[in-house]
Design a protein around this ligand. Structure first.
Ligand SMILES: C[S@@+](CC[C@H](N)C(=O)[O-])C[C@H]1O[C@@H](n2cnc3c(N)ncnc32)[C@H](O)[C@@H]1O
Length: 343
């Protein structure tokens, strides 16, 4: 069941907790609130401005709450979001370099610094050559927290480029397969070290796996012995899908011709959805704008809940989902109008 709610999210989040009993049931929240930019974001003749003070055009949303009031406004909402998150839940807060550091301190307070996972640097656009005192700004930030230390985590992998394979797998075996080798021991002594082929792990280290598994690797030719008798595990390039994502994301710039101001890159949100939720999860976006998170969730067969307070955002979201392959809005989507309730 998917749900689109029109109204202030303070009411909508309370509604989800009190009326829908969803406390502890949401596995993923992606939230992209206003950034305290002090501008109105507009759409003129169907074209969304990325940043605008224009008096012309329809206001998509206003972003005039600043400083302490802004931080407090977000804090109130984050407390409700925390209540909705499941024990395996995660939250990603998309913000920018001007207000983000204040929000980081507040997120530490609400979610606990021990649950802080990443401050992801997202490259949002190509370099701009506006004259200004200061370096060009091409990044924003995504603060990633989990509710507990046992979150849903489907390790995302980035396919290797040809140059990565040459660099990371520098050796070639007699069949032409590229490979590298890694130590079979790791730092830290074990209480009960065992012999492998007459060897003990070096001082201060332990075997990375059991001696039975290392014997099996050796039988299968997966151990390379150095000239001075040191065993290393062989890792073939063609058995590895890709490399780990790091915390600088360069592949997810925002759309050049957005349907809504500040519309985010859908591939960015799909990555987050696949990594931090499961197919039966509920994904919530309380500041859903044009519905990017909702489309990303539907494409990955997650249930979604979207909230926005403007008519324009709701209309664009609805049209976008209806136009999605197989009508992602669908008969199973409930539309709830809370816009007459006062925050
Ligand atoms: C930065 S935009 C989100 C853009 C969205 N991620 C996308 O890809 O289209 C922020 C949205 O939050 C909405 N918003 C701001 N304050 C809100 C509130 N208190 N309750 C619900 N929606 C709100 C605005 O109308 C706007 O659409």
């Amino acid at each position: 069941m998917n749900t689109l709610i029109k109204g202030d999210n303070i009411n909508a989040l309370k509604f989800l907790i009190e009326q829908r009993q969803l406390a502890g049931k949401v596995d993923l929240i992606y939230t992209d609130p206003p950034f305290a930019t002090n501008v109105n974001f507009t759409i003129t003749d169907g074209r969304a401005s990325t940043i605008s003070n224009s008096a012309k055009g329809d206001i998509a949303y206003t972003d005039k709450l600043l400083g302490r009031d802004f931080v407090e406004y977000i804090r109130e909402r984050l407390l409700l979001m925390r209540e909705l998150l499941s024990e395996r839940g995660s939250i990603y807060l998309h913000t920018d370099y001007k207000i983000g550091h204040y929000l980081k301190v507040m997120m530490d307070e609400v979610f606990g610094i021990e649950n802080f996972r990443n401050d992801i640097t997202r490259v949002k656009c190509n370099p701009k050559n506006f004259k200004r005192i200061g370096y060009g700004n091409i990044k924003d930030m995504i603060l990633f927290y989990t509710k507990t230390t046992n979150p849903i985590w489907n390790e995302p992998l980035k396919p290797y480029a040809e140059s990565d394979i040459v660099r990371l797998f520098p050796k070639t075996d007699q069949d032409g397969r590229r490979y590298t080798t890694v130590p079979i021991h790791a730092p830290g002594e074990s209480n009960n070290p065992q012999e492998f082929k007459g060897m003990m792990p070096p001082a201060g280290r332990h075997w990375r796996t059991s001696v039975e598994i290392m014997d099996q690797w050796d039988k299968e030719g997966l151990i390379e012995w150095s000239a001075n008798g040191n065993p290393r595990k062989i890792i073939y390039a063609d058995e590895k899908y890709g490399k780990r994502f790091q915390d600088i994301w360069t592949d997810f710039k925002d759309p050049q011709y957005p349907i809504y101001p500040t519309e985010k890159n859908i591939a960015l949100i799909e990555l987050i959805v696949r990594t931090s939720s499961e197919p039966d999860s509920i994904v919530l976006d309380p500041f859903c704008g044009s519905g990017t998170t909702l489309e990303a969730s539907a494409r990955n067969r997650r249930s979604w809940i979207g909230i926005d307070k403007t008519d324009l955002a709701i209309e664009i979201t609805r049209k976008r989902l209806e136009a999605g392959e197989g009508n992602l809005f669908g008969n199973e989507t409930e539309f709830i109008d809370l816009s007459s309730s006062k925050p």
